[in-house]
Write a protein that binds this ligand. Structure first.
Ligand code: NAD
Ligand code: HSE
Length: 821
């Protein structure tokens, strides 16, 4: 025998009921013995409460509410049963039954009172109506079904609203009734009766309870709870998109999950069946072939995930009793919790450190003032004497919990929990873990709840992929190339690295656009940005990124803008990592550079800027590796400008200088403003950053910059004017080239750092110079160190260009993603 239960959502509309009829026909055809318990049609219990409330308040609109209730059931009958005798019989029976309800409501209206006893009777009409109608529909479908009013079989006391079951009597009645009735019994959930035939109800989860009692009474083989979700999921799917069905849970795990708000089942009411060790299946009415979740006493094997689910309580208040007067005094917690019990305050979580200096406990926010008062009254004497502090109350908190019986066998689970929270900048306000190790609960700020659930889900359910949420400012040359690379690489990232990159926010200097689910990166993205985007506003962009508060958020600055750099400190402080090719932040004051590094370290987030020097070449990371491994830098020499390298490698006097500069710009080698390259400022910034990486507190003005441009070039008010000046000075540049060529030399813009001295300037170098043979947009950096002394360490390759630079930024995004694992 199986006991099936269908909840309100499964019978909310006639077409859903027809789906259930199909499911039951399959059971019947397969020869299974079963009985079915139904809840009221979805929303009906609430409507019965509402019409009673109106009637008790003397509001005659209760009549309309009643009529809607009656009509809904008649409409269901018409929709579910063809015209004929059975429909007529069903309709008449319902009308008679509903007349009783109408009279009852009128009585409530007259006496202006709906006592719990009356309410139980009123509410019983929901289950009685749904079950009766469905029993008739089943008959129509060829199943020999029979309506069973559970008041005949389940006996309770008279605690109306949440009656206590008389198990022995109920089991006896269940057994007797089923022994005499061989048809498929269609049972009203939730309702029962007390001595004298008084109608009672079973409280929260009542229909589950009915199924459980019948299963225990009949010693059934299984209980099936049919609902509108595919079993118990690893987390609330409304909050965690990647949540998936847990195939197996122990009773204890299911209990923990449900206490934390996974309202699929209500295990306390299932206790009778659980005591009889009857396995329980949670199945989806809308996807009947899906296996769902099996809850039984079989614990998961050790090779299955230790953490079975992640759950949360959305809103709690945390109260803390602290003070020296608590230490070593027996009976403190008895007094504390006794005082709370007296006021019927339910405690959600308790924690006390072994210093015994403070006891914290979480309660429902609605209980918090009462709890604070109760505890302060109980400890008034100690508080007066100053040995115990006034109760501290923190609001707007949530509890997130990881759940699983096998956690007890595995060290490192809580390590992973706290790492996932920490890397996402989520503060653990309080922590609780019982010695059963079935549940580790962490109290966190409420605003971080979704982020925490997603971060924990990614940390514990590795079968899934991790999602990085990108916020990209600057979608010009580098930014758009980066977007293309992300689009092309996403499948590979998913399959090989278990990572998915979603661009959630995007902005250029004019527009910005967001999509929490990830913006489409097809060829249309620019149109979308320009036509659907809002006017760009950096502060708003960053505020939105902060408010979305998504796990694994990364900010990418692909601009050359100086204002954006001013936001980095705040972004890092929000525990959001940054990757940027923009050199402005690191080449502003040394103090600012230091501050950004400190904030990143303090917050445990990543600040990456490899592309600040040498585009995609591993220059900064090589330098950091040398330093980290204890090497001493003696000298750094480099051609650090891709555009100047390209210009000097291609300028052979046959074409005017300005044409080659223009070509460098068109090829995407120059800065958005090429004057920054040609002036040597860009190279200056790069050697400054390298100097700072070695630990020197250098400022821009400490760099000796020997420019090579003719006088007045840098006074040009615009880029176009600048090109005009270059053109006017064609001869000047040709001579510059010729004088080097006469000596068999070439021109190179070389940056040098030796000791604490840095210089940048154009030099004419001969074939014996390592920089002589460069080509294309090559950069080359020569590190002379204690270890690389006789033969220096050289990094060489293209030092500018969209593909290599964007790839450098992309690589950093992946690096941050791996760090966040
Ligand atoms: N081109 C290269 O080879 C190379 C190599 C290494 C580093 N970089 C650096 O990459 C960065 C971008 O260079 P690019 O060539 O892509 O420049 P670009 O001019 O093509 O793009 C800059 C983008 O930034 C946006 N932007 C500017 N100010 C903004 C603001 N206030 N708010 C929002 N968006 C803003 C622009 O609208 C544009 O989308 C620069 O910092 C540059 O130094 C470039
Ligand atoms: N404009 C820069 C880009 C790389 O930082 C250059 O020419 O090197």
């Amino acid at each position: 025998m199986k006991v099936l239960k269908f909840g309100g959502s499964s019978v909310a509309r006639p077409e859903r009921i027809l789906g259930i009829v199909d499911i039951l026909k399959d059971y019947y055809a397969s020869g299974d013995h079963f009985t079915v318990v139904f809840s009221a049609f979805g929303g009906v219990t609430d409507s019965l409460i509402e019409m009673s409330r109106l009637a008790a308040a003397g509001d005659d609109r209760y009549g309309e509410a009643f009529q809607a209730f009656a009509d809904r059931h008649q409409e269901a009958i018409t929709a579910l049963l063809p015209e004929g005798a059975l429909r007529k019989e069903t309709s008449t029976k319902m009308r008679k039954s509903h007349d009783v309800l109408k009279n009852l409501l009128y009585g409530i209206f007259l006496v202006r009172e709906a006592s719990p006893r009356t309410m139980d009777y009123v509410l019983s009409f929901g289950e009685r109506s749904s079950s009766y109608i469905i029993s008739q529909v089943l008959q129509q479908a060829g199943i020999p079904a029979e309506y069973l009013d559970a008041r005949k079989i389940i006996r309770t006391d008279k605690t109306f609203g949440s009656a206590k079951v008389n198990f022995d009597k109920s089991y006896e009645q269940i057994r007797d009734y089923y022994a005499e009735h061989s048809k498929v019994q269609v049972v009203t959930g939730f309702v029962a009766s007390a001595k004298g035939g008084l109608t009672t109800t079973l409280g929260r989860g009542g229909s589950d309870y009915t199924a459980s009692l019948i299963a225990a009474g009949l010693k059934a083989d299984a209980i099936e709870i049919w609902t509108d979700v595919s079993g118990v999921l690893t987390a609330d799917p409304r909050r965690v998109k990647k949540a998936f069905t847990i195939p197996r849970l122990t009773y204890a795990e299911a209990m923990e999950m449900s206490h934390f708000g996974a309202k699929v089942i209500y295990p306390p009411t299932l206790m009778p069946a659980l005591h009889s060790r009857i396995p329980l299946y949670i199945k989806n009415t809308f996807d009947p072939s899906f296996p769902g979740t099996k809850v039984s006493e079989e614990s998961s094997s050790e090779d299955e995930a230790a953490v079975r689910g992640i759950s949360s309580i959305n809103n709690v208040a945390l109260l803390t009793l602290s003070g020296s007067g608590l230490f070593g005094v027996p009976g403190i917690s008895a007094r504390l919790f006794g005082a709370l019990a007296q006021k019927s305050v339910n405690i959600i979580l308790i924690t006390q450190g072994s210093s015994e200096h403070a006891i914290s406990f979480a309660v429902q926010p609605s209980d918090s003032d009462l709890a604070k008062k109760a505890v302060e009254e109980a400890f008034a004497y100690e508080i007066d004497r100053g040995v115990v502090n006034a109760v501290k109350m923190e609001r707007d908190l949530s509890v997130v919990a990881i759940i699983g019986e096998n956690m007890r066998y595995q060290p490192g689970v809580s390590g992973r929990l706290f790492q996932a929270l920490g890397k996402n900048g989520i503060n653990a306000v309080a922590i609780a873990q019982g010695s059963s190790e079935l549940n580790v609960s962490v109290v966190i700020p409420k605003e971080d709840e979704n982020k925490a659930l997603n971060a924990l889900h990614e940390a514990f359910f590795l079968s899934d992929y991790k999602t990085l949420h990108l916020f990209i400012v600057g979608v010009g040359l580098i930014g758009s190339t980066l977007l293309e690379q992300i689009r092309n690489q996403n499948d590979y990232l998913r399959s090989k690295l278990g990572m998915e990159v979603k661009v959630v926010g995007m902005a250029n200097s004019r527009k910005m656009i967001f999509d929490e689910e990830g913006l489409e990166l097809d060829t249309n993205w620019k149109d979308q940005l320009m036509t659907k985007g809002d006017d760009a506003d950096l502060a708003v962009f960053i505020g939105r990124m902060r408010d979305l508060n998504l796990s694994n958020s990364i900010f990418v600055d692909n601009t050359a803008n100086d204002k954006i750099a001013g936001y980095y400190a705040g972004i890092l402080d929000e525990s959001i990592s940054i990757s940027t090719p923009n050199k402005v932040a690191n080449s502003s004051s040394y103090l600012q550079y230091q501050r950004l590094k400190s904030i990143a370290a303090k917050r445990g987030v990543q600040f990456h800027y490899e592309t600040n020097v040498g585009a995609g070449l591993p220059i900064i990371s090589t330098l950091q590796d040398l330093l980290d491994s204890g090497d001493q830098i003696r000298k750094i020499e480099g051609v650090l400008s891709g555009s100047l390298s390209f210009i000097f490698n291609n300028f052979d006097g046959t074409r005017p200088f300005h044409e080659i500069v223009r070509e460098a710009k068109e090829k995407g080698f120059t800065e958005p403003d090429p004057r920054i390259d040609l002036s040597g400022k860009d190279v200056g910034r790069k050697i400054l950053i390298l100097a700072r990486e070695t630990g020197i507190s250098m400022e821009t003005e400490h760099i000796e910059l020997k420019g090579f441009l003719p006088e007045g070039a840098m006074d040009a008010p615009s880029v176009d004017d600048f090109f005009s000046v270059l053109e006017e000075n064609t001869d000047y540049f040709t001579k510059l080239y010729a004088s080097a060529a006469e000596e068999g030399k070439v021109l190179r813009m070389i940056a040098t750092l030796e000791g604490e001295q840095a210089s940048v300037g154009v030099q004419a170098v001969g074939p014996d110079n390592p920089f002589h043979g460069l080509s294309g947009s090559d950069n080359m950096v020569v590190f002379t160190t204690d270890r690389y002394n006789e033969r220096p360490l050289v990094v060489r390759g293209p030092g500018a260009g969209a593909e290599v630079t964007a790839a450098g930024v992309f690589a950093e995004i992946i690096k941050i993603g791996k760090f966040l694992s």
